[in-house]
Ligand binder design. Structure first.
Ligand SMILES: *Cc1c(COP(=O)(O)O)cnc(C)c1O
Length: 420
């Protein structure tokens, strides 16, 4: 037996990636992507491309158009701006850490940004949006931009309330939403919620490696490309909407492997599980994470960053580390147990860590993550209130019991045992 602890680590085994993107890519998606480079003019790559154009609108529940590109989320942000605005246009941004980056991009592109600042944790109050729009009687503001789930704070904006705010001011501004961290994780109804444009990327709830990004636009947003002077050849969505050939969909070479992965991921998300079931699964996992953190919480110790249940994201949870060092905790989890947690982001509070619970996850992964954090908390001598493992397991139990009554009627284990 090895007694020298410096000679061993428990981290061998599948690394558990619990960061808020890139999320865990399902083995099936990776396998689907493992194809040789192929014909890009016709055949499967072309077929999948046309199929994705048809299928992607269902991810955000729109009858509008979907555009795909080879980029990360930043590219989709840029496509959204370039097709809809001209230099000197004014936009209203509901501030949050990720919204601030989108808004810097807009400023650098020559757009005038009016920022509504919130309390630094929760989403900006929709009433502030209504008030600012009501002041804009000349309708100079061209659009309202917001992030749905902000991945830094883990606060989720109330999008129907923002739509209602825009309507209450009787304002024609476009409503543009960054759904990168939320799509596939949280309920999202682009058309029903009156959203004109949505930005997304492949590597979070959509379960495909980073490298593809998406913009969805309704007709109102789409038409603005005709007059938007920020438009550039690469991002222009008009040729992508009226393609003569497959390469027009991408303004160049298609992302061959990603397309195979995306087709597999959409089969899993839309056909096999269904969006509602995926949202419900994320809800249970997020509830389990929050129950664990609340059980660990002490005065001045660990705490949830977002405490108002109306604004808690089901895709990511940001945790204030209190008296312990979040970096130390993450290092113990990573080095000795193979668990990778998300870092705190500078705009919010440096002494935070984040648990990503987006995409391809089930209870062993979530409960394993929480149990490992609890072990690490004990290891570093963190003051904790009670057992987060127990609290999280109770949340999962409640869900499993409902599942059993709904789906397993008649398959009582005692009946099975007596029949063996
Ligand atoms: C991840 C993320 C992005 C995009 O990030 P990239 O690194 O450019 O892919 C944008 N917005 C939100 C809310 C995100 O979580």
């Amino acid at each position: 037996m090895i007694t020298d602890p410096t000679l061993r680590t428990l981290a061998r085994g599948q690394e558990m990636l619990a960061i808020p993107g890139p999320s865990i890519t399902p083995e099936r998606v990776l396998q689907a992507m493992n194809v040789p480079m192929s014909n890009i003019y016709a055949g499967e790559v072309a077929d999948i491309s046309w199929e994705m154009v048809e299928r992607l609108p269902a991810v955000v529940r729109t009858t509008g158009r979907a555009f795909m590109m080879i980029s990360n989320g930043h590219g989709a942000w840029q496509m959204a701006l370039n097709n809809t605005f001209s230099r000197g246009d004014k936009i209203l941004v509901a501030d949050s850490p990720f919204a601030a980056t989108w808004s810097s991009m807009a400023e650098q592109s020559g757009i005038e940004v009016v920022t509504l600042v919130g309390d630094g944790v929760n989403p900006v109050d929709p009433r502030a949006i209504a008030d600012r729009l009501a002041q804009d009687t000349a309708h100079e503001i061209q659009a309202v931009l917001t992030v749905y789930t902000d991945t830094a704070t883990s606060a989720r904006a109330d999008l129907p309330a923002i739509r209602a705010a825009i309507d209450s001011a009787n304002h024609p501004a476009l409503f543009m939403v960054d759904g990168v961290a939320s799509l596939g994780c949280e309920q999202y109804e682009m058309d029903a919620w009156g959203i004109d444009l949505t930005v997304g990327a492949s590597q979070k709830g959509i379960m495909v490696p980073p490298g593809m990004a998406f913009v969805w636009a309704n007709e109102r947003a789409f038409e603005r490309a005709d007059t938007a002077d920020l438009n550039t050849m690469y991002f222009d969505w008009r040729p992508r909407a009226n393609p003569d050939a497959v390469y027009h969909l991408y303004a160049g070479t298609p992302p061959v492997q990603h397309l195979f992965g995306l087709r597999e991921a959409l089969t899993m998300l839309l056909d096999e599980e269904g969006l509602e079931a995926a949202w419900a699964r994320h809800q249970v996992h997020a509830d389990a994470v929050r129950a664990a953190v609340n059980a660990w919480a002490t005065d001045g110790g660990l705490s949830l960053n977002v405490t108002d249940p109306r604004f808690q994201s089901n895709a990511v949870t940001t945790i204030n580390a209190g008296t312990i060092s979040s970096d130390h905790l993450r290092k113990v989890c990573e080095d000795d147990a193979g668990l990778v947690l998300g870092i705190g982001l500078p705009r919010t509070n440096n002494n935070q860590f984040r648990i990503g619970h987006m995409g391809y996850l089930n209870p062993p992964m979530i409960l394993g993550t929480l149990a490992t954090i609890e072990a690490a908390l004990h290891t570093i001598g963190a003051p904790i209130g009670g057992s987060g493992i127990q609290a999280a397991a109770q949340v999962v139990t409640a869900s499993m019991k409902t599942f059993k009554t709904q789906n397993r009627e008649g398959s009582d284990l005692s009946t099975i045992a007596s029949s063996i």
